[in-house]
Design a protein around this ligand. Sequence first.
Ligand code: NAP
Length: 437
Amino acid sequence: MPIHVAIVGSGPSGFYTAEALAKSDTDCRIDIIERLPAPHGLIRYGVAPDHQTTKNVSRNFDKTAARGEVNFYGNVDVGHDISLDELRAMYDAVVIAIGSPEDNKLGIPGEDKDGVIGSAAFVGWYNGHPDFVDLAPDLDTANVCVIGNGNVAIDIARLLVKTRAELSHTDITNDALDAIEAAAITDIHMLGRRGPVEAKYTNKELREMGDLENCVPRIDASILPAAVPEDMEMSDRDRRLRNKNLDTLREFALGAAEDLPKRVHFQFFAAPREILGGDKVEGIRMERTEVVDGRAVGTGEFFEIETNLVLPAVGYRSGGMEGLPFNDDWGVAISDDGRAGEGLYVVGWIKRGPTGVIGTNRPDGQEAAKQILEDIAEGSKPGREALEAFVTKNGGRIVDFDDWLTLDAHEKAEAREGAPREKLITVAAMLRVLDGA
Ligand code: NAP
């Protein structure tokens, strides 16, 4: 009997697990179950629209989905249309690959004001994620504060200052493109609670900030050390990469004489303490910090920035799933290196937290496949037949891989000139295309 494996989530970690199982010598039936009609998770809805080369990996995922052993079940919400326990009763192995879709909180007063938008929602909005189509962020503000010094923060800052010409050949939605073009934004404040040495963005992403049509990076050169201090412990590779970031920031400081209509201000040693205003954000109160033993410690000196839009990009967490052992403090599943129960596995960000690049998920997927094949010699459960019967009996509309190819072709046909696609941004619109209503 083949081993029937359900993979919940169709982002990178889910697809890499499917690929590893499909390429193994063991007879497996692999079903990728996805809440939304469209596959690819973080590639479609998280990777910045102007990073199309990164998004190209989805072609390999489609090749995996097209394999005989693999089925795609889109528009099936585990936890709503079917419970995890029900799924486990149908499959020899269930792999949870749902990532970390929720924002970490700042945990400061005023965070719930109108105009504070976490990166999950904001990135989801410009990427056409059905959960965030109605976000309608108010971009009628000169100053925007982006909190955090990671790649997501830098993605957001860059997208907000790019021109229509710089964005129109990407798969940013038409709505977001129009809103960004019409925005009143002139100054973006990138606020890091620690210093330039501790900044987490990668050098390629940082350098992009110096190569924009309408925007110039600004930084106070006097805070930049010549190099990463010798007594800071890190690998040689990390030291090299961080020194590269310092070099890039220094180049930005030297080039600051150039004047363009928009500016991104790299501000360090500044931690958010309070969001100011009434119902709506009117400003942010920051405290200057110093780094002590690697941690940002307040100095007691405060300053304020006037703004109507605060975008925290301070990392993600998972909300878990009923039936999955979960550490709510850390926002990750509880597992023994991926084994979360009999026939239950976790992979990717829900296993190890939201770090690393897309490719980091590949060894993760291979490891999950290895564990499944070590633990289960032969299948004994019905797998996809039971899933299909269950979902359709309850009136669900499964979106299969051929349906996805129809949606994909539709989006490509609807693309504005030069763009790869115009995304269908609601589940209803996707189903209308499929069912011809
Ligand atoms: P991240 O790299 O962990 O960065 C989070 C940032 O938020 C850090 O600067 C962190 O500062 C800061 N932060 C956390 N809590 C804070 C608080 N309470 N107040 C102020 N600042 C706070 O996370 P991310 O940017 O969400 O990225 C997630 C992963 O996806 C990363 O591995 C990233 O490299 C990857 N990614 C890659 C790309 C790409 O390759 N182009 C694009 C997007 C994302 P501390 O350092 O002080 O904690």
